[in-house]
Design a protein around this ligand. Structure first.
Ligand SMILES: Cc1cc2nc3c(=O)[nH]c(=O)nc-3n(C[C@H](O)[C@H](O)[C@H](O)COP(=O)(O)OP(=O)(O)OC[C@H]3O[C@@H](n4cnc5c(N)ncnc54)[C@H](O)[C@@H]3O)c2cc1C
Ligand SMILES: Cc1ncc(C[n+]2csc(CCOP(=O)(O)OP(=O)(O)O)c2C)c(N)n1
Length: 600
């Protein structure tokens, strides 16, 4: 029977109500539109196909088709980290969903607001080992802030709205919404705004006045204070308030790897990054202080070294929006649960009250710290093998591009050098994977950041190892006109692992040679690879050619640019506190590693 000859199906009378009836799939798209989402990253597949149909007609909602779901996840992270908005990624069930797991875990570790939407098999088939079935809610349970399993179309708007609420409030983090295929296919009234049902979810944002007062008194009395600034200050958009408190107190400031840019590098009170690869002044300031005011930082072991020996004489004021962080690693003398932005404002007022017309007695402290600053500036030695110094390349990228750009790094030596040798003056300009240390983050995160901030220059500073994990997103960039710039810091090796082998495994370089840059072997040839994707590709092997290549990249905006910078494999990240010892052992490097003195 042709459709023409089929008897007419009687239609029910139009509903009098203004509440439109639609499929669950349409409700997913409509909910995203209502929430103001403009960009999502994903790949379709069987269990999420119903959603991809209305996505074609969505108004103001752009879907970027990535090449691997991990890329979708990191792109959503980069989008979020560059803007503070919630990043969104979409995948199908089974392998599509499990491919997202690394990025979800990464977002969890670094408190990135993200919503991951996955298709699930029919609710009637769940638990039967159905085609492409994976218990993604169970798999991601330990690495999500919350997850929703949605089996009814009418529950979709509420689940998506709640996911955005949870992802973006309190401590930001990833939220999963797993939606069965039948829920996507059923129809239901679309009620907006939906009722959000989150019993027990009430993040504390306003801190206790008594605690603020106690912190202000300690700050006013301290002779060796340090403001230990973490990624929470960036997530809270609290840089301006931090600057005010820092200048009121005159206290030195250190910014963790996750907080680079929260406080201007050019500010005279800034001592740089603390921790394993921190500056000598930042590490010793924390270690020898009498008061640490921790602002949205979590006493990570890369910062504390051996926690039992960390800052033995310091009292601790610990400000965090997540009560679970307070006293987790180091007991706080003054715990403050609240949004660090509000806390900074209140603490500044309380400090001014506590100090009255006096000034903090920190002159001796500053004379010690200024001495460390001039004795131990960051620096590097020229490699002896005649190849370029990676630090030089990275420094020039920062100097020629400037502080308004976004720099997204991979994980390894190049990440540490990008944190050290690019000068950050504003928040949301430095994106990286700190907590999980996920190789492969850089290219897709840069892509997501460029989608969010098309008018800013976006560099991916990547290692040759990391680049080989996710470079296929260059295809996504070329096809969707997302002109990022990629600097491969190509030392032809898994450099950070090689550095540990050099220092702690008697120079036995087991399985760290990648054969990507040195000698006659180049597998792959990154220039040919990038050209195959349709990028502008350049190779630089001499320092005198570095600036011209960077300038060419900065002048090219019609396609992505990839520069293969062939650098020495022997360059080391200094300073370094070996893992698991006291931070005082930053002196260990001074005394026992002759290269240390040469290089700093
Ligand atoms: C190879 C490698 C080397 C590394 N070396 C170093 C190093 O030398 N130095 C270093 O610093 N790091 C280093 N790291 C990173 C390290 O592993 C941690 O990721 C990092 O130190 C944690 O930063 P953070 O303390 O700022 O916390 P984040 O992980 O940024 O956490 C933010 C904190 O702020 C809180 N928060 C969020 N929003 C708010 C809000 N609105 N108000 C109040 N609180 C809020 C959160 O609850 C959380 O506790 C390295 C990583 C890698 C991969
Ligand atoms: C997914 C993943 N696998 C392994 C590691 C362990 N790891 C940390 S740094 C590193 C080397 C990275 O090499 P490359 O990208 O070339 O950067 P480089 O250190 O040479 O600058 C490795 C293997 C990791 N962090 N992430």
């Amino acid at each position: 029977m042709t459709p023409e000859s089929a008897p007419a199906v009687p239609r029910p009378p139009a509903r009098p109500s203004a509440t439109p009836e639609m499929s669950g799939a349409e409700a997913v798209v409509r909910s995203l539109e209502k929430l103001g989402v403009t960009d999502v990253f994903g790949i379709p597949g069987g269990a999420i196909m119903p959603v991809y149909d209305p996505l074609m007609d969505a108004s103001g909602l752009r879907h970027v088709l990535v090449r691997h779901e991990q890329g979708a996840g990191h792109a959503a992270e980069g989008y979020a980290a560059a803007t503070g908005k919630v990043g969104v990624c979409i995948a199908t069930s089974g392998p599509g969903a499990t491919n997202l797991v690394t990025a979800i875990a990464d977002a969890y570790m670094d408190s990135v607001p993200m919503v991951a939407i996955t298709g699930q098999v029919f609710s009637t088939l769940m638990g039967t080992d159905a085609f492409q079935e994976a218990d993604i809610v169970g798999i991601t349970m330990p690495v999500t802030k919350h997850s929703f399993l949605v089996k009814r179309a009418e529950d979709i708007p509420g689940a998506i709205a709640a996911a955005f609420e949870v992802a973006s409030t309190g401590r930001p983090g990833p939220v999963l919404v797993d939606i069965t295929k039948d829920a996507q296919q059923q129809t239901a009234p679309f009620v907006w705004p939906p009722r959000i049902d989150l019993p027990g979810y009430r993040p504390v944002t306003k801190a206790h006045g008594k605690q603020i007062q106690a912190a202000a008194t300690l700050l006013a009395e301290s002779k060796k204070p340090v403001l230990y600034v973490g990624g929470g200050v960036i997530r809270a958009h609290a840089s301006a308030e931090l600057l005010t408190l820092a200048e009121s107190t005159g206290a030195p400031v250190v910014t963790t790897l996750m907080a680079r840019g929260a406080f201007p590098d050019s500010h005279p009170q800034h001592l740089g990054m603390p921790g394993m690869h921190g500056t000598v002044p930042a590490v010793l300031a924390l270690q020898e202080s009498d008061l640490i005011v921790s602002l949205g930082a979590r006493f990570d072991d890369r910062v504390t070294g051996k926690a039992a020996l960390f800052a033995p004489n310091a009292k601790v004021v610990h400000v965090d929006i997540d009560p679970a962080e307070i006293s987790k690693i180091r007991t706080a003398d003054v715990p403050i649960v609240g949004d660090v932005r509000d806390v900074l404002v209140d603490l500044d007022t309380a400090f001014r009250g506590a100090i009255g017309t006096g000034t903090p007695d920190t002159e001796e402290w500053w004379s010690y710290l200024d001495g460390l600053k001039s004795e131990f500036p960051l620096g590097y030695a020229q490699p002896e093998d005649g190849l370029m110094s990676p630090q030089y390349v990275i420094q020039r990228i920062g100097e020629l591009t400037g502080p308004e750009a976004i720099y997204a790094s991979g994980v390894g030596q190049h990440q540490m050098w990008a944190a050290q040798f690019i000068k950050y003056e504003r928040p949301n300009s430095w994106l990286n994977s700190g907590g999980a240390g996920t190789m492969g983050y850089s290219v897709p995160a840069a892509m997501g950041a460029k989608v969010a901030e098309p008018d800013r220059v976006v560099w991916a500073i990547d290692g040759d190892g990391c680049f080989q994990m996710t470079n296929q997103e260059l295809a996504t960039c070329v096809i969707n006109n997302i002109p990022i710039k990629v600097a491969i810091i190509n030392n032809s090796s898994l450099g950070m692992v090689r550095q540990w082998q050099t220092l702690f495994y008697e120079g036995r370089h087991s399985n760290t040679d990648l054969n990507t840059g040195h000698g006659t072997v180049r597998v792959p040839d990154f220039v040919k690879l990038a050209e195959a994707y349709g990028c502008l590709a350049l190779r630089v092997e001499k320092e005198e050619d570095v600036d011209a290549a960077i300038r060419t990249a900065l002048e090219t905006d019609d396609r992505p640019v990839v520069i293969d910078f062939v650098v020495s494999a022997d360059a080391m990240v200094w300073p370094m506190v070996p893992q698991g010892v006291s931070n005082s052992y930053i002196q260990y490097a001074r005394e026992h590693a002759p290269a240390f003195d040469e290089e700093i």
